[in-house]
Design a protein around this ligand. Structure first.
Ligand code: DGL
Length: 238
């Protein structure tokens, strides 16, 4: 029985890399993928523009039996995720460049992303940020033929050296080979891992809510009933 799809949304093919991680993590779930390839790239659009495209797309996506929505796009996540969350009635997850983690660890970090995402992180101290205006478009149009030289052409003016390189756009997963070759970082990070963890936590809690009304928690004391009810609400609202 299909208890609902986990829907994955991106501007185009980039979210397929997130879908790949999700299908590995949840082999028993069913997925629905929507890429807005006609309107890609998103990275240089205004927030209002992104919202009107996304609104139309999520209304379409929600016409299927959807139990969770993964916004597999850094650009949408850093700009309008809260608006999307306010609109949809199912749990909704985004993908974010894991910048804070690297800065807390004092790592020499470089974020490469779309221009829109780069704008959001431009104010971070001790973070190098590069917004690439045309790489997503090239990946959308030439995914199967891009080689290291093509990728380098997009990165040509950026000779930044870094310990940690963050890929702040899900499309870049498909051209990692060229990006690594150019920057030669010690470590490469993306936001997907955390997204998968969040979905996992949510689905696990939901299952325990359905299968075991006590959630394996023993509520004790005078107010245990109130706390138990509150717990259910918290679990439902996560
Ligand atoms: N995959 C999207 C992201 O992660 C690309 C956005 C775009 O279409 O420019 O940002």
């Amino acid at each position: 029985m299909n208890d609902g799809y986990i829907a994955v949304l991106d501007s185009g093919v980039g979210g397929l890399s997130v879908l790949d991680e999700l299908t590995k993590a949840f082999p028993n779930e069913r997925f629905l993928y929507f890429g807005d390839n006609d309107n890609a790239p998103y990275g240089d659009r205004t927030e209002n523009d992104l919202w009107s495209l996304t609104l139309k797309n999520i209304i379409y996506i929600l016409s299927f039996n959807v139990k969770a929505l993964v916004v597999a796009c850094n650009t949408l996540s850093v700009t309008i995720l809260e608006r999307i969350r306010a609109f949809v009635s199912v749990p909704c997850f985004g993908v974010f460049p894991p910048v804070e983690r690297c800065l807390i660890n004092g790592e020499n970090t470089l974020l490469i992303s779309t221009v829109k995402t780069a704008e959001k992180f431009a104010c971070y101290k001790n973070l190098q940020v590069i917004g690439l205006p045309n790489l997503v478009k090239d990946i959308e149009n030439n995914l199967f033929s891009l080689n290291k030289v093509d990728i380098k052409r997009h990165l040509l003016n950026s000779f930044n050296r870094c310990e940690t390189l963050i890929l702040g756009c899900t499309h870049y997963n498909f051209v990692k080979f060229g990006i690594i070759d150019h920057f030669r970082p010690k470590k490469i990070l993306t936001g997907e891992e955390f997204t998968v963890k969040q979905v996992e936590t949510k689905l696990r809690l939901k299952k325990s809510l359905e299968n075991n009304k006590r959630f394996n928690v023993l509520f004790v004391g005078k107010n245990s009933k109130i706390n138990q009810i509150f717990w259910k609400k918290v679990v439902k609202n996560i």
